[in-house]
Design a binder for this molecule. Sequence first.
Ligand SMILES: Cc1ncc(COP(=O)(O)O)c(C=O)c1O
Length: 393
Amino acid sequence: MLMRELVEERSFFGDLTVQPADGLLGLIGLYRADERPGKLDLGVGVFRDDLGATPVMRAVKAAEATLLRDQATKSYLGAEGDARFVELLADVAFGAGSDRLTGVQTPGGTGALRLGAELIAHSRHDATIWIGAPTWPNHAPIFREAGLPVQTHRFFDVANAGIDFEGMMEDLERTRPGDVLLLHGCCHNPTGADFTAEQWRQIGRLCESRGLLPFIDLAYQGLGDGLDADAAAMREMVRDVPEAVIAYSCDKNFGLYRERVGALWVQSDETALVRGNMLALARSLWSMPPDHGAAVVRLVLDDPALRADWAAELDGMRARINRLRAALAACDPRLAPISGQRGMFALLPLGPDAVDRLRRDHGIYMAGNGRINIAGLTMDSIPAFVAGLAPYL
Ligand SMILES: Cc1ncc(COP(=O)(O)O)c(C=O)c1O
């Protein structure tokens, strides 16, 4: 028999399972094709100004100009990326340095989460990752793809538009020592509902008493109540627990989305061992992170004038979001909880049919689960938005 006859005709890739398309990317196409003048894009999770633009921040532009003029080489850095970037960013995130923290640059917050997941999988392959429901849709896949089991616990009660803290604590009674608790540092995506300082303390005590590793995802520092205020709970928890993992994204608070800028820190007494493993894993995942965005953040944070200008522009972005929150909440008592929530997102109590109708009848685009990007609104568009929404609340 000829070898050729033994060869299967089917594709090498035929056994792959069909993957659902990214819902938000599909929405972008529909929005673009919509010719109605008053259409509203509340879907994609990027900051927008009053004109609906997502501009490059002033300090970023200035740092890019400096980089273009002065950068002398594009030779390789190491797997840790830009060490000075990590050092300066640690100051923003933690306020003060600690020799129990070790950090490396990563491709965005996603890269930081994945590197943290791989590190956990290599040290405790049977650790369960506990994630509140609902959460950013990429959380569970990131940990699952690293081979870790994922369990969800109660977090947000859509009907009451608030955190179901009792339900959460009850569900976490099922954790085992060595499990991991994923927490949003601030500006929860998709609900905007953040823990109070007291709830953070209770979670910290729970982690200690049940032997859980807190894994904090800090992707929106500065977009809630301020740079220090947004990190305060995370800082206190990190100070009070023996070990912690912190994934950081600069893609929102520096508006660097596509440049992929982030960092991962681990707090432990085993920093040398942990760091060696982080670097080995990073080497096989992406060898080294992309340089440009991190170099820009380094230049901004290293120059007092640029740093102040970045912080001032970020203050303006946050103020815009919180003004919109207050205006939206004042329109209808059922939207009142939105003023107390923080960050770009709010989760409305809408089923898929209502989300669909709002898109078809009113040109209002939002994620399929009812998540809206508050920054996609303007003071002028709020009345029409609330009028369209009201029948479905
Ligand atoms: C909660 C949360 N974590 C992490 C990320 C990832 O950010 P990045 O774009 O830096 O990968 C996002 C992005 O939307 C997010 O919402």
